[in-house]
Design a protein around this ligand. Structure first.
Ligand code: GDP
Ligand code: MG
Length: 358
């Protein structure tokens, strides 16, 4: 076999440089232009667009649908799309998803929010997290199948849940058993961001105390919420994430109404005592949540989903099958678009459902 030799740029000694110290490309040949790769990556991402999927979980009436609307109406998408969200309250945990393609400066993002109306609404909430666990795992399974096709799509449609926003009622007490049970289970398979819903019902002091108590409770119960310390990539990341960890859970307020404040239209809740401005950091932490999800940690949430949660699922599934990867691909999954292996699963129908709409 032909040996592949790495291309090494050998610095040639010159009067001014010699061989001492670090020799950079531009010292020797002028501008090489490696940084142009950033432009190439940018152009590719812009062309392809990307998918980001958020799931909202919490009991009925905690303001999930309102917050989804707030997210779509706030600066994330105010200019670029109009919400067409239809809410149907169901008393069982029935998952509904709504997607918007948001375009900003030529970058396209398909933002999907999966709502879970009815979670924890039963008198007996035993195992109420099961439909949610199943949904998350089904999306991993779907992705795994796509990966195992012999002829894979150039881009696998990504329906995996990149983040689960968990709504805590603003009781001012402690975590309830249902919160502990849910987050313990889901924290192992998906990134969880807990928030205090309807935070306008607490005073500022109550908010701070409640937040602190929740952090203690999370720790005491071994619940892992996003961003986890062990996934910090470098000291810079750690400093940024420490600030977020000190501030979690964000105390948020949601609304789907706009009001005039000092001649500006703002998203807010009008009360007898004034307007609570949702996007004003002095009033609530909605912007912290939005910035974490969309501005600062979107790519990291996608990376953690792919490299940690999906990888764990993948390894378990491949081990479970007791076959080699090759064997699994041949026997359990369709071999290529449209054809099935010996015990072919429902790969074809799954594929058409998960087709990317970007
Ligand atoms: N005070 C207050 N009420 C809210 C907030 N968000 C939503 N609501 C109200 O709570 C009720 C239930 O909200 P909804 O979004 O339907 O809750 P869901 O069942 O979790 O989807 C509605 O009357 C909302 O106007 C909030 O942040 N503060
Ligand atoms: Mg709802």
């Amino acid at each position: 076999m032909e040996e592949v030799k790495p291309l090494v740029v050998t610095p040639c000694p010159t009067e001014s440089h010699g061989l001492q110290g670090t020799i950079k490309g531009h010292d020797l040949f002028g501008y090489v232009g490696i940084e142009a790769v950033l432009d190439q990556m940018r152009r590719k991402t812009m062309k392809a667009g990307f998918e980001f999927n958020i799931m909202v979980v919490g009991q009925s009436g905690l303001g999930k649908s309102t917050l989804v609307n707030t997210l779509f109406k706030s600066k994330v998408s105010r200019k670029s799309c109009s919400p067409n969200y239809e809410e149907k309250i169901s008393k069982t945990v029935k998952l509904q998803s709504v997607s918007h393609v948001i375009e900003e400066k030529g970058v396209k993002m398909k933002l999907t929010v999966i709502d879970t109306p009815g979670f924890g609404d039963q008198i007996n909430n035993e195992n109420c997290w099961e439909p949610i666990v199943s949904y998350v795992n089904e999306q991993y399974e779907r992705y795994l199948k796509e990966e195992l096709y012999v002829n894979r799509k150039p881009r696998i449609p990504d329906t995996r849940v990149h983040c689960c926003v968990y709504f805590l009622p603003a009781t001012g007490h402690w975590l309830r058993p249902i919160d502990v049970e849910f987050m313990k289970r889901l924290g192992k398979i998906v990134s969880i961001v807990p928030i205090i819903a309807k935070a306008d019902t607490l005073t500022m002091e109550e908010r701070q105390e409640f937040k602190q108590r929740i952090r203690q409770d999370l720790k005491a119960n071994g619940i892992r919420v996003y961003p986890q310390t062990e996934y910090d990539e470098d000291p810079e990341d750690r400093i940024l994430n420490d600030k977020i960890r000190e501030n979690i859970p964000f105390a948020v307020v949601g609304t789907d109404k706009e009001h005039q404040v000092n001649g500006n239209k703002v998203l807010g809740r009008k009360t007898k005592w004034g307007i609570i401005e949702v996007e004003n950091v002095a009033h609530c932490e909605f912007t912290n949540l939005r910035d974490l999800l969309i501005r600062s940690h979107l790519q990291d949430l996608k990376d953690v989903t792919h490299n940690i949660h999906y990888e764990t699922f993948r390894v378990r599934r491949l081990n479970e099958s007791n076959l080699t990867v090759h064997g699994l691909a041949l026997s359990c999954f369709p071999m290529e678009n449209g054809t099935h292996g010996t015990n072919g699963t429902n790969g074809t129908s799954d594929r058409s459902e998960s087709e990317s709409h970007l």
